[in-house]
Write a protein that binds this ligand. Sequence first.
Ligand code: ADP
Ligand code: MG
Length: 614
Amino acid sequence: MSTAAPQKFEFQAEIKQLLDIVIHSLYTEKEIFVRELVSNASDALEKMRHLQLTEKDMQDDAQALEISITSDEAAKTITIQDFGIGMTRAELIENLGTIAHSGSKAFLKALGEGGAKNTNLIGQFGVGFYSAFMVAQRVRVYSHSWRKDEPGMVWTSDGSGSYEIEEAADQTRGCKIVIELKDDCADYAKEWRLKEILTRYSAFVGFPISLNGNKLTTVQALWLRSKAEIKEEEYSEFYKFQAHAHDEPRYRLHFSADAPLAINALLFVPQENTERLGFERLDPSVALYCRKVLIDARPKDLLPEWLRFLKGVVDCEDLPLNISRETMQDKALLDRLGKVITKRFLKLLEEEATQRADGFAEFYTAFAPFLKEGAALDYTHKEQLVKLLCFESSLTEKDKTTTLADYVSRMKDGQKEIYYLVAPNRAAIESGPYLEGFKARNLEVLFCFESVDEYVFNNVREFDGKKFLSADHADVKLDDVPQTGESLSEAEVKELSEWLKTTLGAQIADVKSSDRLVNSPALATNADKYMSPQMRRMMKAMKKQGDADEPVKVNLEINPRHAVIKRLAVLRTSQADKAELVAEQLLDNALIAAGLLEDPSRMVARLNKLLESV
Ligand code: ADP
Ligand code: MG
């Protein structure tokens, strides 16, 4: 049989199965065929570059190592040519006719695991060369191997079950793939369309790419270069290009690692947290690359969710181009990759916090919500994240903050808990009744101005073995301190408490003499100790209209040394009506301070009545 005559081959059974799925899938991102073919071209050029260093005797058509793409809208064809290593006849059969190679094999494996119903699989896998058949009615692969004595070849198939190979004269070294587009895919031959696809997926390919004779701007894969040679402006330009950003990055992390995975990463923190400014929730946007070819611009399973503000690129050589989120093995790989990156990034933040505190404070102002979210929800990194949190406190000046570690270093002998108070601002905490008992005992209290803070403390539970405890919590027990000023007697307190309980009725669970009040007459703690005022407000906000409000029930603590309380003890018997008004107002005042007052309307009428008697 003459090798010059066309020879017909059946595809291996698995390839037939694969092609059948590829061709009949309704997968919408058919454009990835461009990425796949360009990445094959780039691989072939990479191998060629290597051979040029090691081999002397080779087919050298004096071609530059580049990729040339042409399209013909009228003829509905796209041609992708490279001057790489090419393929011999045997290699065409081996590489394009059997399932020996990686990507498609993994795809079929996933299909075997029940993925056949999921057409998305194709997008995740790429299925390499065969993805061309999503858009092509026929594919021709013209090829000349780098080996000198091999003839030029052309491989042809319509993807339906068989392919043909015959000799083709006048081939230059490398591969030229001609795609005859299906009618409904003719759009891909439009130059602007191809250009857009190439910019998206192949901007960092390490060889020049031309489209219909015009060089495309490819961008240097900066992450693969050594840090020492990269100028500040180059980083900044790269960030703007890659993240579609207009600002200057706030932080940058450029690193490479060999173990446990071969990673090159270049990450950026932007100036602003747009979520804080009220824009929509961010999508993960650290893009995943494998040797300069984009795998996924927004990989969901790479980094923990709280890192969704990070921009940049992670390139991992150990990933197959066709990584899948479906198979356990690949998921574990992504997971490991994500852990390495997160660890490095946390280390950067730690360094910034200790070495450049002012800059970190600015970062923190904008990005703290993410760190808090991570502390509360990312179990793996919670400990490192909690260390980064800072708060104002009763011992800091306004607008100055302390870390938890510093707080702990100042804790008094015998202090077991880390105290905090949540309120909208510093003034609200300082004027409320809860702080004074702590102040009198020199106990530091953290000031938290975000309602999420309480959620964070509830989830994190403790730091350095010390539990977090809200200073307005019923569980707070403070040591006795010598109190000044004349106090009601124990019996008087008891009688007054009973009277308050009956007078104030359903809202009161208990009344007792307080050990933590100094300058205020009374305070309220939530009787349901698992329900803080913040949580209560949240629940209320989530309630449907018409749902009845759960009535608040509080414990009232009274200060037996306070003039109002002492006066009330007398008034109770001398002027019962007025005493009742005072008691109700006392409760409302305490509820306001606790953030628990729900209906202030009755208060105005009551106050007017009290004012009448002045
Ligand atoms: P993968 O790239 O994962 O190996 P593909 O289906 O994309 O799978 O390609 C199959 C094989 O065909 C490649 O491994 C390579 O050996 C060969 N091949 C594809 N395109 C080219 C090309 N342009 N030049 C040389 N060989 C190629
Ligand atoms: Mg490939």
